[in-house]
Design a binder for this molecule. Structure first.
Ligand SMILES: [Zn+2]
Length: 114
């Protein structure tokens, strides 16, 4: 599976710096182009998002790169690796530490399957 790391882009509506999700690591299928607010939510904020229906993404490392996995409303029941970031909403600011991921490195071709 080829996992694509999220990348920083500028929201075309509010000019905020957001994280563009390019891969759903767990589902393998990405619907649309989700934009995330690049913050690391605390557990209470995560719970609040689940209650209010804000979609959450887990940003975690796999094989040395950051991958993103969408999360359902039944999650989280237990701590997970990495960070939890909310879907971007223009004009909304979070009282949470900013996420500063490494920019994309050089992309190497996948290993041939033999
Ligand atoms: Zn925006």
């Amino acid at each position: 599976m080829t996992a694509k790391s999220p990348r920083y882009v500028t929201c075309t509506r509010c000019r905020a710096r957001v994280l563009e999700v390019r891969d759903d690591y767990q589902l393998g299928v990405l619907i649309g182009t989700p934009l995330l607010d690049p913050v690391a939510l605390q557990q209470l904020q995560v719970v609040a998002c689940v209650i209010t229906g804000v979609q959450l993404w887990q940003i975690h490392e796999h094989a040395g790169k950051h991958v993103t996995s969408s999360r359902s409303r039944w999650w989280p029941r237990r701590p997970v690796d990495g960070y939890i970031a909310p879907v971007h909403r223009c004009g909304h600011t979070w009282d949470a530490p900013a996420l500063d991921l490494k920019p994309d490195e050089v992309v190497y071709p996948d290993q041939p399957p033999f």
